[in-house]
Design a binder for this molecule. Structure first.
Ligand code: SF4
Ligand code: FE
Length: 493
């Protein structure tokens, strides 16, 4: 099948019977819901750009499974060049949406699952790899979105899966028969879960043999029986429900999305099961998915960073501060930090290598260093943007005030809108509304709905900082570095 257009993607969502709850209500028309729609628009962009000849090289690839042209988000990386193009594609989409565009979790899950099932089959004599190839061929052919889901609610962090007071706090197999398995549990803060057609579920952490019912990987359609989602609200999200508030939104068209995805005894047929109690491979799957997603952040957050730097520079122009040397220096610092993140994304891709299954894996140490930097630099970038923007980004009146015709009964006989426009003007020749728009954009990324994607997701998405430090400790090879020091210092044991 040909690649879907953005419009076809939106229409395909309407055909799903996905069960969505928000603010204590069931949302039937979630596709057009003003709080949810911006996140759908982000995913639509992954389809629109794939149709654009200008971006075809980054946005599409040739499938190693079928030889067909596929969206890169469904592709198995065949080279280090593919790994680099992935990062560049993510930067491009960050620039176009200034948001999390959500489709990467599926791509990262495909690549981790492909290589892990291959190695699992070699050890256990299972046939997961062929099954997974068939599943991915179906996804590529239909050009549909898959939510790669890893994070379980986890309950008491001091206890393993099976030791929790409630055994459902990690997704588990509750029964098996000739037809398939039944699973129960939930995946928390799932990026892009509602606007995906399918969910590809992985364990959240390594599982011991005693808890092997938690070593499970499988795929289900988003509207499977027993599956529902509870939407995660974002700071300032109800501004999206206001009339005529597009200036106040800062980014009216695009946004991220996270939800709790609940499995209340969901049946999965065997042809969609890719790990069933092989506890010894759970750690590999987690490590590989996390590695790919830590690489991803060296693209997506950099693209959003590009927009933030542009917005800060515009704010300086509109405020009449562009020539101040400290402002110029802050823009240099923001650029330096942002490009350092990009360097990490490109570096871990360039140092990638083929897995036994044939697809390419990133350099794990460099990908973890990438994500560790992501837990810090975006905070500094947005701090500098706030510094340049000035306090008005959080104190200005609403769009309704700027456009108000209500007369204020004073000597000048002017409207609320005229007063607001008079006193919030910046440099000559720039409409006050343009200044408001750019400041509200910075507010949105710093404190509003987009802060989920740019700040907190930078901290906790793809694993919290400590998860990377553990991997850096494992991969850093201090023992070899000691030998280097001994050789130079002339130390003989
Ligand atoms: Fe993609 Fe970045 Fe969102 Fe992850 S955080 S899904 S890498 S845009
Ligand atoms: Fe993420």
């Amino acid at each position: 099948m040909a690649l879907m257009t953005g419009e076809q993607y939106i229409e395909s969502l309407r055909k799903l019977n996905t069960k969505v709850y928000m603010f204590g209500q069931k949302i039937d028309n979630w596709v057009d819901h003003p709080i949810i729609r911006p996140s759908i628009n982000c995913l639509k962009m992954t389809y629109d750009l794939a149709q654009d000849p200008e971006h075809e090289d980054l946005m599409t690839a040739t499938s190693n499974l079928t030889g067909a042209k596929v969206n890169r988000f469904s592709h198995l990386h065949q080279s280090t060049d593919d790994l680099k193009k992935k990062v560049k594609m993510q930067r491009l989409l960050g620039q176009k949406t200034a948001s999390c565009f959500q489709r990467c979790v599926g791509m990262d899950a495909f690549n981790a699952m492909f290589s892990t099932t291959y190695e699992m089959d070699k050890t256990h004599g299972t046939s997961y790899h062929e099954r997974f190839k068939k599943y991915l061929t179906y996804i590529q052919d239909k050009d549909i979105v898959v939510d790669g889901a890893m994070t379980d609610p986890k309950g008491d962090r001091g206890k393993a899966q099976g030791a929790q007071a409630d055994p459902d706090l990690f997704v588990r197999i509750v029964s098996k028969n000739d037809e398939g398995i039944v699973v129960r549990g939930a995946k928390a803060h799932q990026t892009g879960s509602i606007n995906s057609h399918e969910h590809l579920i992985m364990p959240t952490q390594a599982v011991s043999e005693d808890d092997k019912q938690y070593a499970v990987a499988f795929a289900v359609p988003s509207d499977a029986e027993g599956l529902f989602m509870i939407y995660g609200r974002q700071s300032c999200d109800t501004r999206k429900l206001e009339k005529d508030a597009d200036v106040d939104l800062g980014n009216k068209r695009f946004g991220g999305q996270e939800a709790l995805v609940v499995f209340d005894d969901v049946f999965v047929p065997w042809d969609r099961v890719f790990m069933c109690e092989e506890a010894d491979f759970s750690g590999m799957l987690v490590e590989r998915f996390a590695g790919y997603h830590r690489q991803s952040y060296g693209g997506c957050k950099v693209g959003v960073g590009d927009v933030i730097i542009g917005a800060a520079a515009l704010a300086a122009d509109y405020n009449g501060a562009a020539k101040a040397s400290h402002v110029k220096d802050k823009l240099i610092e923001m650029t330096h930090l942002n490009e350092t993140l990009y360097c990490c994304g490109i570096a871990c891709s360039t140092e990638g290598y083929p897995t036994d299954a044939g697809n390419y894996q990133i350099d794990l140490l460099l990908a973890n260093v990438c994500k560790q930097n992501i837990t810090r630099f975006p905070y500094e970038i947005i701090r500098l943007a706030e510094d340049i923007a000035g306090g008005l980004m959080v104190t200005m009146p609403s769009q309704a005030d700027f456009r108000s015709d209500l007369k204020v009964p004073t000597k000048s006989d002017m409207t609320v809108g005229q007063w607001a426009n008079k006193f919030f003007v910046g440099v000559d020749g720039v409409p006050t509304e343009n200044r408001m728009r750019v400041l509200r954009f910075i507010e949105n990324v710093a404190l509003g709905t987009a802060a989920v994607g740019y700040r907190t997701e930078s901290m906790h998405g793809a694993g919290s900082p400590q998860a990377q430090r553990i991997m850096i400790a494992r991969q850093g090879n201090i023992a070899a570095k000691k030998e280097l020091a001994k050789a130079i210092a002339g130390i003989k044991d």
